[in-house]
Design a binder for this molecule. Structure first.
Ligand code: SF4
Length: 467
C-alpha cells in the first residue's frame, strides 16, 4: 500500500482536539475496581484453554530515575539512592512467580519489554538476577527470534552495558534522546551529550542488536524549527532503524514536574506545527517511512513490511509485529492485557508492596471487554496500524453471527466519517475504509469516531491534544 502522508495545516488545526492514543481500547479511564486480582486470575487461567493458546508478551516496569526530566508524564520514582531498587526488585521477583503460576509453562514468550522509569537505573548484576528470575518462571525463547527490547538511557550506559544486555537476550533497544540541542536539554533538565547517544548506538550495532530505535520529542521549550532540524540531521546521520517523534503535551495540572518548565519558552502552536511539518518532511526525505502515530521506520524494517502486508499491531509499547500475544505486565502501575480483559497494578509503590507482601497479585483495577468493545478495538487497531479497514474481516469475525452488516452496525459512525471524507481525510468504499494521505497524521481523530466512550474520554484531563 501507499505509505505517504499529506501535511495540511488547516485540517490539522481544525481537528486538533484532546484524545487518547489508543494503546488500549477501552482506554484506562474505563478501568474500574470491580475488576481485581480474582477476575484477572480467572481470565489468565482461561487463556490456557484456548484451542491454540496465545504466546506471551511480558512487560517489566522499572520505575526509578536518577534525575527528573521536566517534560515527564511517566509513572516514575526520582532518587539518587540506587539502594531503593533493592526492596522493589524483591517484590518484582515475587510478582513474577505469582503470575507464572497462572500460565501453562509451555507458552512461549514471544515478546519481552523492560520499560520505565529508567530500566538501566539498576545494576548489571540486578539485571542479570531479574532476567534469571523471569527465565526460571517463563518459557523464554533461546533462538533470538523473539522481540526482546529495553528502553535505554544513554546517560546510564557504560562500556559493559550493551554487551551484558545482548547476552541477557535483548535484541532491540530504544534510546531516549528527545533533543540534541544543549539549550533545550538545559530547559528540560536532561543534559545528554550527543557523544553519549552515539556511543550507545555504535555499541548496540557492534553487539548485533536487530533493531535500534530513537525517541525524540517536539514542542519542548526553546525548540525552534532550525534547532530541531539540526537534531534531526544528526539523528539521520546516526541512522537508527526506527525513530519515534512524540508530541510534548504540556499539562502541568496533571504532571507537577512540568511546572518547572518555563511556559514562555514553549514554542507557539503555529511554531510547533511547523516543527512537526518539518520533522515529517525531513524524515521521509531521508528515506524513512511514516508508520503512523509519531513513528518512522526504514523501508526494510520489519514494522514497515508488516504495515505493507496488513499485519502490523499496536500495544502499550507501541507498534509491533506480534499481534496475538497475551500481555502479562509486572511492576508498579503496569497494565496487562489477557484474553478479553485489561488490568492495572497499583500505581503507588506502598500499595504495590503491601499486596505482594500479603502474597497477592497487586491488581487494583481493570475491565472485561464487552462484545462491542472487542469489535471496536479491532476496528481501531486495523485503522491505526494499516490505514485501511477491511469491512469483511469485521463481518466474518463478529457481525455475521448477529446477521447485521458493517454499515448498519456503524451507521452513526459512517455519518461522521462522511464529513471527514468531505475533508479528504479518508475514502468510504463499499468494502473498506481507506485513510488517505491527508488523514494519516490525524488517525487518532478518525479512530475516536469509533470510540463509544468518546465523550467521556475527551473530557478526561489525562489526554493530550492530538498533534
Ligand atoms: S522521561 Fe524517562 S528518564 Fe526522564 S524522568 Fe521520565 S521516566 Fe525518567
Amino acid at each position: 500500500m501507499d505509505q505517504g502522508y499529506l501535511f495540511n495545516p488547516e485540517l490539522i488545526r481544525r481537528y486538533d482536539k484532546a484524545g487518547p492514543r489508543y494503546t488500549s481500547y477501552p482506554t484506562a479511564v474505563q478501568f474500574h475496581q470491580k475488576f481485581g486480582a480474582a477476575q484477572y486470575v480467572e481470565h489468565a487461567r482461561l487463556s490456557n484453554e484456548d484451542p491454540i493458546p496465545q504466546p506471551l508478551s511480558l512487560y517489566i516496569h522499572l520505575p526509578f530515575c536518577a534525575t527528573v526530566c521536566f517534560y515527564c508524564g511517566c509513572n516514575k520514582i526520582i532518587t539518587n539512592n540506587r539502594k531503593r531498587a533493592v526492596p522493589y526488585l524483591e517484590r518484582l521477583h515475587r510478582e513474577i512467580a505469582l503470575h507464572a503460576e497462572l500460565y501453562d509453562s509451555d507458552r512461549v514468550v514471544d515478546q519481552l519489554h523492560w520499560g520505565g522509569g529508567t530500566p538501566t537505573f539498576i545494576s548489571l548484576d540486578q539485571m542479570q538476577a531479574l532476567m534469571s528470575e523471569i527465565a526460571k518462571h517463563f518459557n523464554l525463547r533461546e533462538d533470538d527470534k523473539g522481540e526482546y527490547s529495553i528502553e535505554l538511557d544513554p546517560r546510564e550506559v557504560t562500556e559493559e552495558t550493551l554487551g551484558v544486555l545482548r547476552e541477557l537476550g535483548f535484541n532491540r533497544i530504544s534510546l531516549g534522546v528527545q533533543d540534541l540541542n544543549e539549550k533545550v536539554q538545559r530547559a528540560v533538565n536532561r543534559i545528554q551529550p550527543m557523544e553519549k547517544t552515539e556511543a550507545a548506538l555504535d555499541q548496540a550495532r557492534k553487539e548485533g542488536f536487530h533493531s535500534i530505535s530513537m525517541d525524540l520529542i517536539y514542542g519542548l521549550p526553546r525548540q525552534t524549527v532550525e534547532s530541531f532540524s539540526r537534531t534531526l540531521n544528526e539523528v539521520i546521520r546516526m541512522s537508527p532503524d526506527r525513530v519515534a517523534i512524540y508530541n510534548y503535551a504540556h499539562m502541568p495540572s496533571m504532571f507537577k514536574v512540568q511546572r518547572q518548565i518555563n511556559e514562555a519558552e514553549l514554542p507557539s502552536a503555529s511554531e510547533k506545527l511547523e516543527i512537526l511539518r518539518h520533522a515529517v518532511d525531513r524524515m521521509t526525505e531521508a528515506g524513512y517511512v511514516y508508520i503512523g502515530m509519531d513513528h518512522f521506520a526504514k523501508p526494510d524494517d520489519e514494522l514497515t513490511r508488516a504495515q505493507q502486508n496488513g499485519t502490523l499491531y499496536r500495544n502499550f509499547q507501541g507498534y509491533s509485529t506480534h499481534s496475538g500475544c497475551d500481555l502479562v505486565a509486572m511492576g508498579v502501575s503496569s497494565i496487562s492485557k489477557v484474553g478479553f480483559t485489561y488490568c492495572q497494578n497499583h500505581k503507588d509503590i506502598d500499595s504495590y508492596f503491601k499486596s505482594i507482601d500479603e502474597g497477592e497479585l497487586p491488581v487494583f483495577r481493570g475491565i472485561e471487554l464487552s462484545f462491542d468493545d472487542v469489535l471496536r478495538r479491532e476496528v481501531i487497531t486495523q485503522l491505526i496500524c494499516n490505514f485501511v479497514l477491511d469491512k469483511s474481516r469485521i463481518v466474518d469475525r463478529y457481525l455475521k453471527y448477529m446477521e447485521v452488516t458493517f454499515d448498519d452496525y456503524f451507521a452513526d459512525e459512517l455519518e461522521q466519517l462522511n464529513i471527514m471524507q468531505g475533508d479528504g481525510l479518508l475514502k468510504l468504499n463499499d468494502d473498506s475504509i481507506e485513510i488517505l494521505p491527508a488523514g494519516r497524521l490525524l488517525i487518532r481523530n478518525i479512530c475516536a469516531v469509533f470510540d463509544v466512550y468518546n465523550n467521556e474520554s475527551m473530557k478526561s484531563p489525562r489526554f493530550s491534544r492530538m498533534v
